[in-house]
Design a protein around this ligand. Structure first.
Ligand code: ADP
Ligand code: MG
Length: 197
């Protein structure tokens, strides 16, 4: 057998999976489902979330339908590799809250044979791409776009409507600040302002 081929056969290849969509589209639910299946397969798993997302719990990722899974809170993505030393499957929720250094970190983890599952918002409340998700989408092996239900018309929704006056890109919250909306019913604050004047 060719020597290179032999080496390759022994080294397991990794990959990146991205789960993205609007709020309420089931990203966290889907991440938890995949992590639980990896556990059934007796793989060592770990889940991370950024410190900024403390909506429901400090120690778990929690979905809007109240499923949860233990998670490690990190302030910066650079903490992920050292904490994933002995792990085969790495889940990362709310990835849009990390810096662009998350891209290289996910690439390195996948290069070293890990399965990396990244969940996050692909668009902000203005329907603009939410970094670092676009870059992660371009390097991922597998992409799942999840859709919510538009609260106005019931159509599939891939946008997040912010129902508050804040113009900050990041405003952590759930039903108090945000709704799932389809393309037709999504409006940003400034448009609302223009429409009402
Ligand atoms: P995400 O992580 O994408 O914000 P979650 O996985 O936390 O989504 O929550 C998905 C769950 O949210 C659904 O299974 C459903 O029970 C609930 N939900 C609430 N509002 C909506 C909506 N407008 N469309 C779809 N699901 C919704
Ligand atoms: Mg979520």
């Amino acid at each position: 057998m060719n020597e290179n081929l032999q080496i390759r056969t022994f080294k397991k290849t990794g990959h990146i999976e991205v789960i993205c969509g609007s709020m309420f589209s089931g990203k966290t639910e889907e991440l938890i489902r995949r992590i639980r299946r990896a556990e059934i397969a007796r793989q060592r798993v770990i889940v991370f979330k950024p410190k900024i997302d403390n909506r429901y719990s400090e120690f778990e990722i929690v979905s809007h339908n109240e499923q949860s899974y233990p998670s490690v809170v990190v302030e910066d993505a650079s903490e992920i590799p050292e904490k994933s030393f002995d792990v085969e499957v790495i889940g990362i929720d709310e990835a849009q809250f990390f810096d662009n250094n998350l891209i290289e970190i996910c690439q390195n983890l996948a290069d070293s044979g890990r399965r990396v599952i990244v969940a996050g918002l692909d668009q902000d409340y203005r329907a603009m791409p939410f970094e670092p998700m676009p870059q992660l989408l371009s390097v991922a092996e597998y992409i799942t776009k999840t859709l919510a239900v538009c609260v106005v018309c019931g159509a599939p929704a891939n946008r997040t409507q912010r129902n508050s006056d804040s113009d900050n890109k990041i405003l952590v919250g759930a039903t108090d600040h945000y709704e799932a909306r389809c393309r037709l019913h999504h409006v940003v604050n400034s448009e609302k302002f223009i429409q009402s004047h």
